[in-house]
Design a protein around this ligand. Structure first.
Ligand SMILES: Cc1ncc(COP(=O)(O)O)c(C=O)c1O
Length: 370
C-alpha cells in the first residue's frame, strides 16, 4: 500500500532492526569511530515517482538497497547528497546545525540534476526519525565527536536512456564520527591542481552531486603523491582565481581586519559553514568580504604580510588552518600567523554554538530529540 505524503501529513512507518548492535559492540565502536566507517542500526527511505509524488516514508533496518541494474543512478549519475551532524549537548539535547540550509541546498542540487525537490519538512522530519531510533549512536560530544548524517537521493528508474528518472529514492544514513583532529587542530599543506578543474560556469559546481567528487579523485591522488590531503581548484576559465578545495571553502584573514572568501561565482558550493563564518565574523569585529581572489594575490599577500591567516571550512573539519600551498611549478609558504587568533577564535565560537556550550544568538541549532 502506498502512503502519499503531503506537506501537512508526513508520517513515517517504523520497522525496528531485529538485530541491532549490542550495547557493548556499539560502545566499542564509539570509543574510536573514525569517519564514515560504521553505520547505525537504521536508515530512512522515502520514495518518489512522477505519478505519485513523495510517498512511503519509512524507518527501516540499515541494510543494502535493492536496485535494478538499469537504475538511472548507475549509468547517468543522477545522485545528490548532503552532510550535516547531530551533536550531543551536556543537557541531553541532541542538536543539529542549520538543517534548513541543508534541506534547501538539497532542493537546489535536485533542480540542477532534474531530481524532485524534497520538501524541507520531510527532510527535517527524516533527521528526527533517525535520532528517535538511533539516539544511542550519538557520541557524547567530548572532543568534537558527533553523529554524521548523510541524506542522499538517487534516480532508481530502470531505463537505459539519458532522461530524468521518473522513480527516485531519498535515503538517510548515519555514521558516528570521531574528532576530525585527534591531538589538536593542525595546519595542513594543500595541493594546487593546475591540470584539472572542479567545475565550470554552467556546470554542476554549485550542486552537491556525486559526479563532482568522482571528478576530484584523480587530482586528489596527485595531492597525496605530493604529501597533501586536499586539492585547491582554480576557476575553469582563466585558471587565475581561487574557487575552493575538493570538499571545503577557503578564507583569508587580512591584516586590515577583512575576512575574504571567493565570491559565489556560480561554480563553487554554497557552504553552510562558510555562510555561518561570514555572519560570525561580523559579530566579532571582522569585515566579511566576498570577492574574487587570485592565486597571485595569495602569493603576494603572504610575502608582504597583508594576508595573515588562511583556512578552509566545511562541516567535517569546521575550520582547518592551511599551511603551505604546493603546485608543480611553485610553492606559497604558510601565512605568517596561520592557525592564529582569528582562525582559532572563529573555530571555537562556531563549535561552542554547535555543541551547546555557548548561547546561540542566531538560532542555528535545531533540537532533534524531544
Ligand atoms: C566542494 C565542497 N565545498 C564546500 C563544502 C563545505 O560545505 P558545508 O560547510 O556546507 O559543509 C563542502 C562540504 O560539504 C564541499 O563538498
Amino acid at each position: 500500500m502506498t502512503t502519499t505524503l503531503t506537506d501537512n501529513a508526513v508520517t513515517f512507518s517504523v520497522t525496528h532492526n531485529p538485530n541491532p548492535a549490542s550495547a557493548e559492540a556499539r560502545a566499542k565502536i564509539l570509543e574510536d569511530p573514525g569517519f564514515g566507517s560504521y553505520f547505525t542500526d537504521h536508515m530512512v527511505t522515502v520514495d518518489w515517482s512522477a505519478a505519485e509524488g513523495w510517498h512511503d516514508a519509512k524507518v527501516v533496518p540499515y541494510g543494502p538497497l535493492q536496485l535494478d541494474p538499469a537504475a538511472a543512478v548507475l549509468h547517468y549519475a543522477q545522485e545528490i547528497f548532503e552532510g550535516l551532524k547531530a551533536y550531543r549537548h551536556a543537557d541531553g539535547t541532541i542538536g543539529t546545525f542549520r538543517p534548513e540550509e541543508n534541506a534547501k541546498r538539497l532542493q537546489s542540487s535536485a533542480r540542477r540534476l532534474a531530481l524532485p525537490e524534497l520538501p524541507v519538512e520531510i527532510f527535517i522530519e527524516s533527521l528526527k526519525q533517525i535520532i528517535a531510533v538511533d539516539a544511542d549512536w550519538v557520541p557524547d560530544g567530548v572532543g568534537e565527536t558527533s553523529l554524521y548524517l548523510r541524506p542522499f537521493m538517487i534516480g532508481t528508474e530502470a531505463f537505459l536512456g539519458v532522461d530524468a528518472a521518473k522513480e527516485v529514492k531519498y535515503v538517510l544514513i548515519a555514521s558516528p564520527a570521531g574528532p576530525y583532529f585527534s591531538g589538536g587542530v593542525k595546519p595542513v599543506d594543500i595541493w594546487l591542481s593546475e591540470d584539472y578543474s572542479r567545475a565550470a560556469l554552467g556546470g554542476t559546481g554549485e550542486a552537491k552531486c556525486g559526479g563532482n567528487y568522482a571528478a576530484s579523485l584523480e587530482p586528489q591522488q596527485e595531492a597525496y603523491a605530493n604529501g597533501c590531503k586536499q586539492v585547491l581548484f582554480l576557476d575553469a576559465e582563466s585558471h587565475t582565481y581561487i574557487d575552493e578545495l575538493g570538499g571545503m571553502n577557503i578564507m583569508f584573514v587580512f591584516a586590515n581586519g577583512e575576512l575574504v572568501t571567493p565570491e559565489l561565482s556560480g561554480s563553487i558550493l554554497h557552504g553552510i559553514t562558510r555562510k555561518s563564518i561570514l555572519q560570525l565574523a561580523e559579530s566579532r569585529g571582522l569585515t566579511p568580504v566576498e570577492r574574487r581572489v587570485s592565486i597571485d594575490e595569495w602569493r603576494d599577500g603572504v610575502a608582504s604580510g597583508a594576508i595573515r591567516e588562511v583556512f578552509a571550512c566545511g562541516t567535517a573539519a569546521v575550520i582547518n588552518p592551511l599551511a603551505e600551498l604546493r603546485s608543480k611549478t611553485f610553492t606559497i609558504p604558510a601565512a605568517p600567523d596561520t592557525a592564529g587568533e582569528v582562525t582559532m577564535g572563529l573555530r571555537a565560537a562556531l563549535t561552542d554554538i554547535q555543541y551547546g556550550r555557548a548561547a546561540d544568538p542566531f538560532g542555528w541549532v535545531v533540537p532533534l530529540n524531544s
